[in-house]
Design a protein around this ligand. Structure first.
Ligand code: MV4
Length: 495
């Protein structure tokens, strides 16, 4: 593989190109008209505009992307995450064009893309799953029998859904019929597939996923877990590795199950197997994501493995260069997602210009971003500005580094989720490790980000004192952080 095209944008396009560059592989960027001035376009050896800003006319134009590959002599495509990354039709077209997709086969994407077929494939390997229906349910009586058998409440899930889309909870048996009818028609219109199934509802679970890598020679390894329970409306907010609840035994058991899920679909490349873990540390397979995930850096930080390089090596037909026994957990890593959203206003996207953009650095800090100071955040795509990642010798150091890194981040021009992330990782439940997927719902209100009147007065008094003692000679004063954070922070402003 000599030249790869990155069928993506932003931070992940940059991140993939960096590894390719280190491997001596030439890179081709594709970009939409809205991303003309983005860093990833400049970073690539070659760049081609694929179309107007909307994704459907640019980043989702598989046909055009394959044409560009042919014209430029590209022999591999890295799809990143989102867009075409889990599109089996695209994977098939890439294969037909004689180009290597850096990812699993279209067959594996198809098996895992459908939640019921994923569970059925995994069943052959004795992987723990939440009790429920084995196939799609249409018959209300059968649904009721299942619900009573596994115990209420139950969840109705769309087989073509995933990531929480098309899920409904049923507490009372008399509500089942109506909820089922709705779930089926919703799934039909949202995914063009009305198949739904039923599972017992696991209350207060943790969301723990296992990173796997498989080559085309029958080797499968796991790169331990990522704890992703801190999420808001199925959008992950904080991810960490390792999880503070897994014992070595449980980690090994889940790791083996994850590798078996990969084997069940003849997986190739990097993938993620999602599990729920309940209060009694029982674990249940949920689904497999057949792509590199947003939060992959925390696994890289604790293993020292560059997942993109491994993906490329596997796609080239090479064997994995290490075995399970070679892998050890080194320290602890956290990631927070920095979004251009206002956490005090229901997380409404706050798209604007990055008037100031200065990122943190120093020991144990990694920033995966795709923006620069002065750039506008396009309205057409996900409003994620960056991923802020820290690594420390242990969990406490990773948390302390993250607080420091958040405080060192200087973004003006739009509201960001940084204050929310700071609040989350300093919360007693997070610090103690005693949390589940309901963390945000349970503890977050916009008020937790408001500075109290008393703090505000103290800050004002100190700011005045500071300004006075400097006799207005200097150009900077210390002012409070837009009233968005309860902590001290100096924000530099011209006077
Ligand atoms: C569940 C569940 C409880 N019981 N399944 C949501 C995302 C999708 N991958 C599966 N999800 C869930 N499935 C059973 N049987 C709770 C969730 C769930 C959840 C899972 C992971 C992370 C956050 C979540 C938030 C709400 C619900």
């Amino acid at each position: 593989m000599r030249k790869i095209l990155i069928a993506n944008r932003g931070e992940i396009a940059l991140r993939v190109m960096r590894s390719a560059k280190e491997m001596g592989i030439a890179t081709v960027a594709i970009y939409s008209e809205a991303d003309r001035n983005a860093p990833f376009v400049r970073y690539a050896d070659e760049a081609v505009c694929v179309g107007p800003p909307p994704s459907a006319q640019s980043y989702l134009r598989g046909d055009k992307i394959i044409e560009i590959c042919k014209e430029l002599g590209v022999d591999g495509i890295h799809p990143g995450y989102g867009f075409l990354s889990e599109n089996a039709g695209f994977a098939t077209a890439v294969r037909a064009a004689g180009i290597t997709l850096i990812g699993p086969s279209p067959e594996a994407m198809n098996v895992m893309g459908d939640k019921l077929s994923a569970k059925n494939a995994a069943r052959k390997y004795n992987i723990p799953m939440v009790p429920g229906t084995e196939g799609a349910v249409n018959d209300v009586e059968e649904a009721k029998r299942t619900a009573l058998e596994v115990g209420l409440p139950v969840l109705i899930k769309a087989s073509a859904g995933g990531g929480g889309k098309g899920m409904r909870i049923v507490e009372k048996i008399e509500d089942l019929e109506e909820q089922m009818t709705r779930a089926i028609s919703e799934a039909q219109s949202a995914f063009g597939d009305g198949s739904v199934f039923i599972e017992r509802y696991v209350a207060g679970p943790r969301h723990i996923e296992i990173q796997v890598l498989a080559d085309n020679h029958g080797n499968v390894v796991y790169l331990f877990e990522r704890e992703c329970s801190i999420q808001r409306r199925h959008q992950k907010v904080v991810e960490e590795a390792p999880s503070s609840v897994l014992t070595p035994e449980l980690r090994a058991a889940m790791g083996k199950s994850a590798c078996d899920v990969a084997r069940s679909c003849d997986y190739s490349g990097a993938g993620t197997v999602e599990f729920l873990v309940d209060e009694n540390l029982n674990y249940y397979f949920l689904e497999m994501n057949t792509r590199l995930q947003v939060e992959h850096p925390v696994s890289e930080m604790i293993t020292g493995i560059d997942l993109v390089k491994e993906q490329i090596n596997v796609a080239r037909g090479e064997k994995l260069s290490f075995t399970q026994d070679d892998l050890k957990i080194n320290g602890h890593s956290l990631e927070v997602r920095v979004y251009a959203e206002d956490p005090t206003n229901n997380f409404l996207p706050d798209i604007g210009r990055l008037v100031t953009y200065r990122k943190p650095s120093g020991p144990g800090v990694r920033v995966d971003d795709g923006f620069e100071e002065g750039m506008d955040i396009p309205i057409y795509y996900d409003p994620m500005i960056s991923k802020l990642i820290t690594h420390g010798k242990d969990r406490m150091e990773a948390i302390q580094r993250m607080v420091r890194a958040i405080d060192d981040y200087d973004i003006t021009g739009c509201q960001t989720t940084l204050p929310f992330c700071r609040w989350a990782i300093q919360h007693e439940a997070f610090v103690s490790g005693n949390f589940d997927t309901h963390f945000v719902k349970k503890y977050f209100t916009p008020e937790v980000l408001q500075v109290s009147d008393e703090d505000e007065m103290e800050i004002a008094a100190l700011a005045a004192l500071h300004a006075f003692s400097n006799k207005v000679k200097q150009q900077e004063v210390v002012v409070p952080t837009n009233g968005k954070s309860s902590s001290w922070k100096s924000r530099r402003m011209g006077v």
